[in-house]
Design a binder for this molecule. Sequence first.
Ligand code: PMV
Length: 338
Amino acid sequence: MIRTYKEAPSNIAIVKYWGKKGIQEPMNPSLSFTLSESISRVDIKYRHTEEKLKVEFLFENRKKEHFLPKIMNFLERNAKFIPNLTHGSIEINSANTFPHSSGIASSASSMAALAKALYSINKTITGSDHNDADIVSEMARLGSGSAGRSTQNGWVLWGETDMLENSSNRFGTPINSQVHNIFHSIQDSILVIRKGAKSVSSTVGHELMNNHPYKDGRLNQANKNIKTLLEALKQGDFETFTSVCEEEAMSLHALMMSSSPSYTLLEPESIHAIKRIKKFRDQHHLPLCFTLDAGPNIHLLYPKEQSKTIVPFINEHLAPLCEEQMVIFDEISMPKPE
Ligand code: PMV
């Protein structure tokens, strides 16, 4: 039997991936950073037999049959990268460090952890010690698009752009060496406006873009924002970072609101919090901005050295807007120095 444990972080996108083509390839490039506290872990046991592959999936030690189709799809799409895993039995036990009800999507972290673990088991079988980071990212992407940005730590760009030579629609590329120090310790405080928040399933969400009346405008905007964001990250320019970040967050929701059918995922407290954040920023001239995922919760981003001023503001003025005052204080996970 071969047993392996792997983990991978969740990530938050600044320039959003919204709309896909082919098999999980993005319509536009996206850029995100991985988190420290919001992590998925998998423990996989593989037994080789001559029989057709049998898969069992457990979430926190309990069998979850309804996840199986997603896992089978993942294995099928990735068969060429893990050719030695076509027979025998695989038991996957998965768990997250963040609460199920926190509104943090677990698909990116769990698919990234799964890709790392299965790639590693296949390597153990072949006796190879070569690690191909692009392939692991590609495997994760085939499970869930944004997961391709979660197999490596820190700032990761995914999708073809003229701005980065080896960028690809197939896998994410870390760009940490091109990012200024102030963004190496960026904080992400997640305001949980609604626990277990309803979000548009990403399959439905991406499909909305196929015939969206603003599709061309969106693609131009995302390509322009990638360019501006890369420069702002390089220069340590938090002001430009803020304007791209908030434009992307609001555009994601505007696209959902203007699609057919339309979706309104922001809650009254989300709007209230956004106005409060802007007012606080204008009053104190602080580097602080927000982003949103496909749901009502708010990610507040700021450099670590601002925590002394910003954390008390969050606790006093923003936590009361959250369900059961829930705020998750997370931050970027950077790669460990070699
Ligand atoms: O990876 P998916 O298919 O769950 O899509 C993720 C979409 C967003 O979270 C809204 C944006 C992003 O780039 O992460």
